[in-house]
Write a protein that binds this ligand. Structure first.
Ligand SMILES: [Fe+2]
Length: 316
């Protein structure tokens, strides 16, 4: 089944590239088995103080991605504490390199990942360690903005009978970056979209950046299902887009600058298009422990996936 899905998806994706835009009813797949994505919250203290903690996480994901069907790894940003510090980037790079060739990943640039100097937007070090060319060989690499930099990027993958598009937006995206994001999502109406950005929510709703991203991008696209972010605290909401679609907004950040253990937790999101569920679990490979906090263990039910919408369109 997986081979068949991959072939179908490849045909579909190739079609998009050839004609320059996606077909009106774009998803030819049927919902299948559940799968997982791994979401890594802020790792700034681990990269600075406890690089072994982060490597324990990525080693666990690399060792278990097949048995747990982990399709993609998403980092919410603040990969390092000091965006200009080579030592921290080397630590972070060493940990993420464990995943290379095993599980693809996509990175959102956080405020701490931006260097103190005004060098090309402050992302020179990030692009030195994670340049665009490091990702172009991935089967699902979509593109970046600006074209030569990895500041903002999008990847696609097929899982659970759905073609997914993950778009990572740099900390506090500019008008130009949001225009790019709008254009990319508009070109892929049959894809189920996950938005990944660093600063978006607080425990009192969206922050200033989140409101801007919501109003100028997220709310107008019916196929955006989730927004994942980090930065401060941990909380989740369900919002309603302009077309009446539900958007699952989730903030994960378990970082701690005093103890290594809290930095070892990451999120396993199980997505099941058949039973219409998204289940969130938060696990530490270092401690071999799942959090039971309701902010770390919860489930969304009756989720309407893009495959349901496409099936309805096909039937009409
Ligand atoms: Fe942050």
């Amino acid at each position: 089944m997986k081979t068949k899905l991959t072939i179908l998806s490849t045909i579909f994706l190739s079609g998009c590239c050839l004609c320059g835009k996606a077909p009106r009813i774009a998803n030819p797949l049927s919902p299948t088995e559940p799968f997982r994505i791994a979401i890594i919250p802020d790792t700034q203290w681990a990269s600075l103080k406890w690089p072994g903690v982060l490597k324990t996480t990525t080693r666990w994901i690399a060792a278990n991605h097949e048995s747990m069907d982990i399709k993609y790894v998403l980092h919410v940003g603040d990969m390092v504490e000091n965006g200009h510090a080579d030592g921290e980037w080397k630590n972070f790079n060493a940990a993420m390199s464990v995943l290379d060739g095993k599980v693809p990943y996509i990175l959102a640039v956080g405020n701490h990942d931006i260097g103190k100097t005004a060098d090309a937007g402050g992302t020179t070090k990030f692009n030195e360690y994670f340049p665009r060319k490091r990702f172009t060989q991935l089967a699902g690499f979509g593109g970046t903005y600006p074209r030569r930099k990895n500041d903002n990027s999008y990847h696609t993958f097929d899982a659970g009978g759905i073609v997914w598009l993950v778009i990572a937006l740099k900390f506090c995206p500019t008008d130009e970056e949001l225009k790019w994001a709008n254009d990319i999502v508009a070109l892929h109406p049959g894809h189920q979209v996950i938005v990944l950005t660093h600063s978006y929510l607080t425990h009192r709703g969206r922050d200033t950046s989140g409101e801007n991203i919501w109003n100028r991008f997220v709310k107008s696209h019916e196929n955006i299902l989730m927004v994942l972010c980090g930065h401060l605290s941990t909380v989740h909401y369900v919002s309603t887009g302009d077309k009446g679609n539900k958007v699952y907004e989730m903030l994960f950040d378990w970082q701690n600058d005093r103890q290594p253990e809290p930095n070892s937790y990451f999120v396993l999101a199980e997505i099941d298009p058949v039973s219409k569920r998204i289940s969130i679990r938060t696990y530490s490979p270092l401690l071999d422990n799942y959090k039971t906090d309701p902010r770390a263990k919860f489930e969304f039910r009756d989720v309407k996936f893009v495959s349901d919408r496409n099936a309805a369109l096909t039937a009409n």
